[in-house]
Design a protein around this ligand. Structure first.
Ligand SMILES: [Ca+2]
Length: 472
């Protein structure tokens, strides 16, 4: 290939890259709908509060599944979990019931061999032709085998853990080390609290790549409960003492309790709550340092920052005024805190009540980047920028959830839920807490919403088959 002088290359590249925003996508893990300092003054989140003051806070923003793996897969593919094939967790549940895997046994378990179908196109690979460099630092959760790792799925660089949860200090899950740099396991940081590590790596990425358009994905595992076989650790969220001390002191002793139906020594409720909040505040401090880096490099105006929680809160979280939490198709499981800041394009300090979801993120960022959607690729969302700008624009009409036999549908302001013997039809415009089942007084609405759900399910069932769960 003929080498062109650098100035010619630069002159060619600059107009193409001009106007392309940088992207900082921050995802928290199991943070409750009400868990922002700007909503609840008992919590300390000054940097997320700043983000809300400088951007748009969304009050009706949903994820596509009420727990980690499918929500994150949907985020990066822009497709419903039932369409991209990752519609349940990549997770071994036996340790919850006391089973202790040997390393050999664990290595061939589903948690280590399952992954996002390789035919799925992830956001970083769609952004690459538009000139973006992509990095991910944090929780991957879409497969642990090399073929599934981020740098095989469009990311240029990765440091983090591959599965759905770890001990924040040892970086182990069930006694097996889980940190990976690009494609290789690494023990370089054993003993260091992992939020600090993800911040460190994200700051390093910004130092190296801020001069050209970038997509920086920082999926923290905070404030998710710690993964450990020890119920004293497993029952809470690890957090550095510096951040624990920012909250009123609690009794640090443990108590007799139960874990998965067996007697166990567990943390007190007060300690769990304090630890959850401390982990959240620590993550907030890291987010503050990332925002400061954007300021210091003079790129904040042209960087779109998106923050949301991957699913509703569990454990020490507060999902008020919503009903239910993580794992459920009630609002508290799928409607999450979300803030989007883009100083050059979006208003400041606005709370926007539009019905939007994480499925909108891929189309919005592709449009912002001037990137093409490959022919034939079905995306389940739309460019939400006009909605975020407060322009008269159509918002989402409907959204559907299915976690095993837990079902949910929102059509307009109507929400239908079916979870075993619980559920009903709710009018979210009057009843965001899903307290008053109006099925009997609005049978025609119930029939319409259920019909919409089944039409969606039928479409998902007839979509091109994808692994790992579908039998095809
Ligand atoms: Ca989660």
């Amino acid at each position: 290939m003929k080498h062109l002088p650098a100035l010619v290359l630069l002159g060619f590249a600059l107009p193409l890259l001009a106007g392309k925003p940088n992207m900082l996508l921050i995802v928290s893990d199991d943070q409750g709908y009400n868990d922002l300092g700007c909503l609840n003054p008992e919590l300390i989140t000054p940097h997320l509060d700043r983000l809300a003051r400088e951007g748009v806070r969304l009050s009706n923003f949903y994820v596509s599944w009420p727990a980690c793996t499918p929500s994150r897969g949907s985020l990066l593919t822009g497709r419903y979990p039932q369409r991209n094939g990752m519609y349940d967790m990549i997770r071994n549940e036996a340790p919850d019931y006391g089973h202790r895997y040997t390393p050999e046994e664990y290595a061939v378990s589903f948690e280590r061999i399952g992954g996002m179908d390789e035919r799925e196109l992830l956001l970083p690979s769609l952004l690459k032709p538009a000139g973006y460099t992509s990095g991910i630092f944090g929780k991957w959760d879409l497969g642990a085998l090399k073929r599934y790792l981020p740098t095989r799925r469009g990311f240029d660089t990765f440091y983090g853990f591959v599965n759905t949860g770890i001990d924040y200090f040892t970086h182990e899950r069930y006694g097996v080390h889980c940190m990976v740099r690009d494609l290789e396991p690494t023990r370089e940081d054993v003993g260091t609290y992992c939020t600090y590590l993800f911040e460190r790596e994200a700051l390093r990425f910004l130092d190296q790549h801020h001069a050209k358009p970038f997509f920086l994905y920082v999926p923290f595992n905070a404030p998710h409960g710690s993964s450990s076989l020890d119920p004293r650790i497993r029952g809470t969220v690890q957090a550095p003492e510096t951040f624990q001390r920012m909250y009123p002191p609690v009794d640090e002793s443990f108590q007799d309790g139960t874990r998965y139906g067996k007697s166990a020594t567990v943390p007190t409720r007060a300690k769990r709550l304090r630890d959850y909040r401390a982990a959240l505040t620590c993550m907030d401090a890291s987010i503050g340092n990332l925002l400061k880096a954007l300021d210091d490099k003079g790129i904040a105006d042209d960087t779109v920052v998106i923050f949301f929680s991957d699913n509703g809160g569990g454990g020490g979280a507060d999902n008020r005024p919503l009903r239910g939490g993580k794992g459920k198709t009630w609002e508290g499981g799928v409607r999450v805190p979300c803030i989007i800041r883009w100083p050059s394009r979006l208003p400041k300090g606005v709370v926007n009540d539009a019905f939007l979801t994480s499925l909108e993120i891929v189309p919005t960022l592709l449009r912002a980047a001037g990137a093409q959607v490959p022919p034939g690729l079905v995306l389940d969302g739309f460019d939400m920028l006009p909605v975020l700008q407060g322009k008269a624009a159509p918002t989402r009409a409907e959204m559907f959830w299915k976690r095993k036999d837990f079902l949910g549908a929102r059509v307009g302001n109507w929400k239908w839920v079916e979870m075993g013997d619980k559920g009903g039809l709710f009018d979210l415009s009057k009843d965001p807490g899903e307290e008053k089942d109006v099925s009997e007084t609005h049978p025609e609405v119930l029939a319409r919403v259920k019909a919409a759900f089944h039409a969606w399910l039928s479409e998902m069932n007839s979509a091109e088959p994808r692994g790992p769960f579908k039998d095809f």
